[in-house]
Design a protein around this ligand. Structure first.
Ligand code: NDP
Length: 412
């Protein structure tokens, strides 16, 4: 049972774009995060983040090298630093190992992406939900999906359920990146995870069932032009995204939930070619006597997502359009955030995709560390009170607004 008093200590695992932003944001809130350690596979990346934070805020943070897939090694690091919570910003492959280490040491767990086995391009919550009993018995909590999507989009939904609707019936999450990074082809977060996600068959939730449609690069993919605030008209593709799974379970009365993401023709053309020549394969192939996984080789060739910020201009516009009932009337509301790539870079040295993920990762950690969100067990973020999170979003760099909107069509 975790009865230790809060030390204001956070251990961040991973040192990519998202972890960079989260470390910066934690460093900006010393009254909550009194001690910060960033630990990852490559120590030099942690040290670079530490030096940048020292330069910007004059704060000292600690760094360490750790292989998060090695549970005894990670548990030893947790034991020596003694954090109140571990913020997992490594890759989805590490989720279960980090949860195991948290169980062993009795500290809270927070992440932004659900578990995915390395040898199968498939992600779902069942593996992490299976830790429910063990986390309860240990008296610790796991906060799942504290990024933007999942994360903020889940909280937008729970906020709407609490304040704007008596019942939400139709949910459309729309994720638009209207930025330009100057590279011919790059992904905005880890290329391996990103490409595995967007090349999968699509699913959305409708009338109690999962409805499958072709992947975004296949013939018959579902897409339409949506006129985003600030960004304007962008082609938006139906995509499976993990928050649909938990929201379909946690939002009572939901009849349909869909997720849309903007992609340019250029991005889709590159992705099709890479897929067609076999470079997105996740199985091992023999290359001159070496075993290589093509998608990992591709990742090594592509620009580091954390490095994209230097030339990135434009904005992201991510939010939810929800239709449902309020006081007997059918209403539709759109809650969204606009984030600027250049502003994000100025503040943290990374682009807006990492920024929009790292800020909510810090906020979720803050609410866990301060005990505002509490309760042993494994929880998706929409299961907590939305109000303190929504308030913190505005305060820490991701302001949001609610407007009236026309409902989205049933079929596009
Ligand atoms: P990066 O690839 O930039 O960073 C991942 C980091 O994890 C790297 O520093 C890497 O180390 C480290 N790492 C990988 N394996 C291990 C290991 N075994 N032990 C220790 N460290 C390890 O990824 P991003 O920052 O772009 O993404 C981080 C996470 O955020 C991902 O899980 C991603 O899915 C999630 N995400 C969530 C979003 C949301 O809105 N919810 C949006 C965007 C991302 P090394 O430097 O050695 O490679």
């Amino acid at each position: 049972m975790n009865t230790a008093k809060n030390h204001g200590r956070i251990l961040i695992i991973g040192a990519g774009g998202v972890a960079t932003v989260a470390a910066h944001k934690c460093a900006q809130v010393p009254e909550v995060f009194r001690e910060i350690m960033i630990a990852s596979r490559t120590l030099s990346r942690c040290d670079a983040i530490r030096d940048d934070i020292k330069g910007r805020y004059g704060r000292d943070i600690q760094t360490a090298r750790v292989d998060a897939d090695n549970v005894p090694e990670l548990a030893a690091l947790i034991g020596s630093f003694g954090p109140d919570a571990v913020l997992n910003l490594a890759l989805p492959y590490q989720d279960l190992h980090i949860m195991d280490a948290c169980l062993e040491t009795g500290v809270h767990y927070i992440d932004t992406a659900n578990y995915e086995p390395p040898d199968e391009a498939h992600f779902e919550y069942s593996w992490q939900w299976a830790y429910q009993q063990r986390f309860r018995e240990k008296g610790i909590m796991a906060l799942l999906g504290s990024g933007f999507d999942p994360g903020v989009t889940n909280v937008f939904t729970s906020y709407a359920g609490k304040h704007l609707f008596d019942e939400i019936h139709y949910l459309d999450i729309l994720d638009c990146n209207a930025g330009t990074h100057g590279h011919v082809f790059a992904t905005n977060f880890n290329p391996e995870i990103n490409i595995r996600e967007v090349t999968q068959a699509v699913r959305h939730w409708e009338a109690g069932n999962w409805v499958e449609t072709p992947a975004i690069i296949e013939e018959g993919s579902v897409h339409f032009g949506f006129d985003y605030p600030v960004a304007g008209m962008k082609e938006s593709y139906l995509l499976y995204h993990e928050e649909l799974e938990s929201l379909a379970r946690n939002v009572k009365g939901l009849k349909r939930a869909r997720f849309w993401m903007t992609f340019s023709e250029n991005y889709l053309t590159h992705l099709k070619v890479l897929r067609n020549v076999g470079l997105t394969r996740i199985d091992e192939v023999d290359y001159e006597g070496c075993k290589i996984v093509p998608i990992r080789f591709l990742k090594a060739l592509l620009p580091e997502p954390a490095s994209l910020g230097t030339q990135y201009t434009g904005k992201t516009v991510i939010g939810n359009i929800m239709s449902g009932i309020k006081d007997g009337e059918t209403i539709t509301r759109y809650i969204y955030n606009v984030c600027d790539h250049e502003e994000a870079f100025k503040e943290t040295g990374t682009q807006a995709i990492a920024y929009t993920t790292g800020v909510p990762a810090m906020i979720g950690s803050m609410l866990v560390l301060t005990g505002v969100w509490r309760g042993p067990g494994v929880h998706n973020i929409e299961q907590f009170d939305s109000d303190p999170f929504m308030e913190a979003l505005g305060k820490y760099g991701l302001p949001w607004q609610v407007i009236e909107h026309a409902p989205l069509p049933d079929r596009v």
